[in-house]
Design a protein around this ligand. Structure first.
Ligand code: PGA
Length: 249
Protein backbone atom coordinates (compact mmCIF):
# COMPACT_ATOMS: atom_id res chain seq x y z
CA UNK A 1 0.00 0.00 0.00
CA UNK A 2 1.25 3.51 -0.78
CA UNK A 3 2.44 4.92 2.52
CA UNK A 4 4.62 7.81 3.55
CA UNK A 5 8.01 6.58 4.66
CA UNK A 6 11.09 8.20 6.16
CA UNK A 7 14.02 5.79 6.26
CA UNK A 8 17.49 6.44 7.68
CA UNK A 9 20.39 4.64 6.07
CA UNK A 10 23.19 4.78 8.61
CA UNK A 11 25.73 3.21 6.24
CA UNK A 12 29.05 2.33 7.94
CA UNK A 13 28.52 4.67 10.88
CA UNK A 14 27.85 4.33 14.62
CA UNK A 15 29.43 1.78 16.93
CA UNK A 16 27.45 -0.13 19.52
CA UNK A 17 27.26 2.62 22.13
CA UNK A 18 26.53 5.26 19.53
CA UNK A 19 23.80 3.08 18.06
CA UNK A 20 22.17 2.63 21.46
CA UNK A 21 22.36 6.35 22.13
CA UNK A 22 20.88 7.38 18.78
CA UNK A 23 18.10 4.80 19.02
CA UNK A 24 17.04 5.93 22.45
CA UNK A 25 17.14 9.58 21.45
CA UNK A 26 15.04 8.84 18.37
CA UNK A 27 12.50 6.81 20.37
CA UNK A 28 12.22 9.56 22.95
CA UNK A 29 11.80 12.36 20.43
CA UNK A 30 9.72 10.58 17.79
CA UNK A 31 6.76 12.81 16.94
CA UNK A 32 3.28 11.52 16.25
CA UNK A 33 3.32 10.79 12.56
CA UNK A 34 1.32 9.01 9.90
CA UNK A 35 4.60 8.10 8.21
CA UNK A 36 6.42 4.84 8.66
CA UNK A 37 9.83 5.49 10.20
CA UNK A 38 12.67 3.07 9.47
CA UNK A 39 16.33 2.97 10.51
CA UNK A 40 19.02 0.82 8.93
CA UNK A 41 22.01 0.47 11.27
CA UNK A 42 25.07 -1.58 10.42
CA UNK A 43 24.79 -5.39 10.53
CA UNK A 44 26.57 -5.92 13.83
CA UNK A 45 24.05 -3.74 15.61
CA UNK A 46 20.87 -4.90 13.88
CA UNK A 47 19.80 -7.38 16.55
CA UNK A 48 20.42 -4.80 19.24
CA UNK A 49 18.44 -2.19 17.29
CA UNK A 50 15.57 -4.60 16.82
CA UNK A 51 15.52 -5.35 20.57
CA UNK A 52 15.84 -1.73 21.64
CA UNK A 53 13.02 -0.62 19.35
CA UNK A 54 10.55 -3.32 20.35
CA UNK A 55 8.35 -0.85 22.19
CA UNK A 56 8.74 1.81 19.50
CA UNK A 57 6.95 2.22 16.17
CA UNK A 58 10.32 2.69 14.47
CA UNK A 59 11.13 -0.24 12.20
CA UNK A 60 14.57 -1.72 11.54
CA UNK A 61 15.91 -2.52 8.08
CA UNK A 62 19.14 -4.10 6.87
CA UNK A 63 21.37 -2.28 4.41
CA UNK A 64 21.99 -5.29 2.18
CA UNK A 65 21.83 -9.09 2.04
CA UNK A 66 23.01 -12.00 -0.09
CA UNK A 67 20.75 -13.88 -2.49
CA UNK A 68 21.80 -17.37 -1.39
CA UNK A 69 20.01 -19.33 1.29
CA UNK A 70 23.26 -20.03 3.19
CA UNK A 71 26.72 -21.45 2.55
CA UNK A 72 30.26 -20.49 1.63
CA UNK A 73 29.89 -16.73 1.13
CA UNK A 74 32.39 -15.27 3.54
CA UNK A 75 31.33 -11.92 4.93
CA UNK A 76 27.74 -12.17 3.75
CA UNK A 77 24.36 -12.25 5.47
CA UNK A 78 21.30 -14.24 4.42
CA UNK A 79 17.61 -13.39 4.41
CA UNK A 80 16.95 -16.06 7.03
CA UNK A 81 19.52 -14.51 9.35
CA UNK A 82 17.68 -11.21 9.11
CA UNK A 83 14.28 -12.80 9.63
CA UNK A 84 15.66 -14.73 12.56
CA UNK A 85 16.29 -11.43 14.36
CA UNK A 86 12.87 -10.14 13.16
CA UNK A 87 14.23 -7.80 10.52
CA UNK A 88 11.99 -8.18 7.48
CA UNK A 89 12.98 -5.11 5.48
CA UNK A 90 16.13 -4.76 3.40
CA UNK A 91 17.67 -2.00 1.31
CA UNK A 92 18.86 -3.35 -2.04
CA UNK A 93 20.69 -1.71 -4.91
CA UNK A 94 22.12 1.27 -3.10
CA UNK A 95 24.42 3.20 -5.41
CA UNK A 96 27.36 2.59 -3.07
CA UNK A 97 26.78 -1.17 -3.40
CA UNK A 98 26.60 -0.76 -7.15
CA UNK A 99 29.68 1.48 -7.40
CA UNK A 100 32.07 -0.02 -4.81
CA UNK A 101 30.96 -3.65 -4.70
CA UNK A 102 30.09 -4.24 -8.32
CA UNK A 103 26.43 -5.03 -7.74
CA UNK A 104 24.72 -4.97 -11.10
CA UNK A 105 21.12 -5.34 -12.20
CA UNK A 106 21.46 -9.09 -12.70
CA UNK A 107 22.75 -9.66 -9.17
CA UNK A 108 20.13 -7.33 -7.78
CA UNK A 109 17.35 -9.24 -9.53
CA UNK A 110 18.55 -12.37 -7.69
CA UNK A 111 18.55 -10.57 -4.36
CA UNK A 112 15.10 -9.19 -5.07
CA UNK A 113 13.82 -12.69 -5.85
CA UNK A 114 15.25 -14.11 -2.63
CA UNK A 115 13.83 -11.31 -0.49
CA UNK A 116 10.40 -11.76 -2.05
CA UNK A 117 10.54 -15.54 -1.66
CA UNK A 118 10.97 -14.81 2.03
CA UNK A 119 8.13 -12.28 2.00
CA UNK A 120 10.48 -9.45 2.98
CA UNK A 121 9.94 -5.79 2.14
CA UNK A 122 12.53 -4.31 -0.20
CA UNK A 123 13.62 -0.69 -0.38
CA UNK A 124 15.01 -0.77 -3.89
CA UNK A 125 17.46 2.03 -4.75
CA UNK A 126 18.35 3.23 -8.20
CA UNK A 127 19.24 6.48 -9.94
CA UNK A 128 21.43 8.01 -12.59
CA UNK A 129 24.98 9.33 -12.37
CA UNK A 130 25.89 12.94 -13.09
CA UNK A 131 27.19 12.23 -16.60
CA UNK A 132 24.01 10.39 -17.44
CA UNK A 133 21.90 13.36 -16.38
CA UNK A 134 24.15 15.82 -18.18
CA UNK A 135 23.84 13.84 -21.38
CA UNK A 136 20.07 13.65 -21.00
CA UNK A 137 20.01 9.89 -20.48
CA UNK A 138 18.63 9.91 -16.94
CA UNK A 139 15.18 8.69 -17.88
CA UNK A 140 16.44 5.77 -19.94
CA UNK A 141 18.98 4.81 -17.25
CA UNK A 142 16.30 4.75 -14.57
CA UNK A 143 13.93 2.85 -16.82
CA UNK A 144 16.50 0.15 -17.54
CA UNK A 145 17.48 -0.17 -13.86
CA UNK A 146 13.84 -0.82 -13.00
CA UNK A 147 13.26 -3.12 -15.94
CA UNK A 148 16.35 -5.25 -15.37
CA UNK A 149 15.92 -5.80 -11.65
CA UNK A 150 12.16 -5.60 -11.08
CA UNK A 151 9.98 -5.92 -14.14
CA UNK A 152 10.17 -9.72 -14.21
CA UNK A 153 8.06 -9.71 -11.04
CA UNK A 154 4.35 -10.47 -10.92
CA UNK A 155 2.13 -7.51 -10.17
CA UNK A 156 1.28 -9.06 -6.80
CA UNK A 157 4.94 -8.88 -5.70
CA UNK A 158 4.89 -5.10 -5.82
CA UNK A 159 3.11 -4.83 -2.49
CA UNK A 160 6.50 -5.71 -0.96
CA UNK A 161 8.46 -3.13 -2.94
CA UNK A 162 9.32 0.41 -1.94
CA UNK A 163 11.30 2.40 -4.50
CA UNK A 164 14.00 4.89 -3.61
CA UNK A 165 15.05 7.16 -6.45
CA UNK A 166 18.51 8.40 -5.56
CA UNK A 167 20.36 10.40 -8.21
CA UNK A 168 23.99 9.44 -7.57
CA UNK A 169 25.15 13.03 -8.01
CA UNK A 170 23.04 14.07 -5.03
CA UNK A 171 24.17 11.39 -2.56
CA UNK A 172 26.41 12.71 0.18
CA UNK A 173 27.37 15.67 -2.00
CA UNK A 174 25.18 18.33 -0.44
CA UNK A 175 23.68 18.79 -3.88
CA UNK A 176 19.98 17.92 -3.94
CA UNK A 177 17.70 17.38 -6.86
CA UNK A 178 15.25 20.27 -6.87
CA UNK A 179 11.72 19.35 -5.79
CA UNK A 180 10.74 19.79 -9.46
CA UNK A 181 13.48 17.43 -10.66
CA UNK A 182 12.43 14.86 -8.05
CA UNK A 183 8.75 15.18 -9.00
CA UNK A 184 9.56 14.93 -12.71
CA UNK A 185 11.48 11.69 -12.21
CA UNK A 186 9.00 10.20 -9.74
CA UNK A 187 6.14 10.86 -12.17
CA UNK A 188 8.19 9.22 -14.91
CA UNK A 189 8.82 6.19 -12.68
CA UNK A 190 5.12 5.86 -11.96
CA UNK A 191 4.29 6.13 -15.66
CA UNK A 192 6.91 3.50 -16.51
CA UNK A 193 5.45 1.10 -13.94
CA UNK A 194 1.96 1.80 -15.12
CA UNK A 195 2.99 0.91 -18.68
CA UNK A 196 4.78 -2.27 -17.59
CA UNK A 197 1.95 -3.32 -15.24
CA UNK A 198 -1.10 -1.17 -14.68
CA UNK A 199 -2.11 2.06 -12.95
CA UNK A 200 -3.04 0.25 -9.75
CA UNK A 201 0.48 -1.08 -9.23
CA UNK A 202 1.92 2.32 -10.15
CA UNK A 203 -0.38 4.24 -7.81
CA UNK A 204 0.17 1.90 -4.88
CA UNK A 205 3.97 1.85 -4.81
CA UNK A 206 5.72 4.27 -2.45
CA UNK A 207 8.52 6.15 -4.18
CA UNK A 208 11.05 7.76 -1.86
CA UNK A 209 13.57 10.38 -2.85
CA UNK A 210 17.14 10.13 -1.57
CA UNK A 211 20.15 12.39 -1.92
CA UNK A 212 21.13 15.12 0.54
CA UNK A 213 17.69 15.44 2.12
CA UNK A 214 18.08 17.78 5.10
CA UNK A 215 15.71 19.47 7.56
CA UNK A 216 15.87 22.60 5.37
CA UNK A 217 14.76 21.01 2.09
CA UNK A 218 12.66 18.02 3.21
CA UNK A 219 9.26 19.74 3.28
CA UNK A 220 9.59 21.08 -0.26
CA UNK A 221 10.65 17.71 -1.65
CA UNK A 222 8.03 15.75 0.31
CA UNK A 223 5.40 18.25 -0.79
CA UNK A 224 5.50 16.95 -4.36
CA UNK A 225 2.62 14.65 -5.26
CA UNK A 226 4.68 11.67 -6.43
CA UNK A 227 7.24 11.84 -3.62
CA UNK A 228 6.17 9.55 -0.78
CA UNK A 229 9.06 10.21 1.58
CA UNK A 230 12.80 9.93 1.74
CA UNK A 231 15.79 7.69 2.19
CA UNK A 232 18.12 9.74 4.33
CA UNK A 233 21.86 9.21 4.73
CA UNK A 234 23.93 11.85 6.51
CA UNK A 235 21.02 13.64 8.16
CA UNK A 236 19.75 10.39 9.70
CA UNK A 237 22.83 10.21 11.92
CA UNK A 238 21.74 13.13 14.09
CA UNK A 239 18.52 12.60 16.03
CA UNK A 240 17.39 16.21 15.79
CA UNK A 241 17.89 16.36 12.02
CA UNK A 242 16.15 13.04 11.42
CA UNK A 243 13.26 14.04 13.67
CA UNK A 244 12.95 17.37 11.84
CA UNK A 245 12.78 15.48 8.54
CA UNK A 246 10.06 13.18 9.96
CA UNK A 247 8.13 16.26 11.04
CA UNK A 248 8.45 17.66 7.52
CA UNK A 249 6.40 14.81 6.16
P1 PGA B 1 22.64 11.33 1.85
O1 PGA B 1 22.54 9.78 1.48
O2 PGA B 1 21.33 11.72 2.46
O3 PGA B 1 23.79 11.44 2.79
O4 PGA B 1 22.88 12.05 0.56
C1 PGA B 1 21.36 9.25 0.93
C2 PGA B 1 21.54 7.77 0.68
O5 PGA B 1 22.65 7.36 0.32
O6 PGA B 1 20.60 6.99 0.84
Amino acid sequence: MRTKIVAGNWKMNKNLEETEALLSELSAKLPNTHAEVIVAPTYVNLALAQRNLQASSIKVAAQNMHFAENGAYTGEISADMLLNIHVDTVILGHSERRAYFGEDDELLAKKVNTALDKDMTIIFCFGEELEERKSGNHFSVVESQLKNALFHLDASAWKNIVLAYEPVWAIGTGETASPEQAQEMHAFIRKTISEAYNTEVADEVSILYGGSVKPGNAADIFGKPDVDGGLIGGASLKADDFIAIIKAI
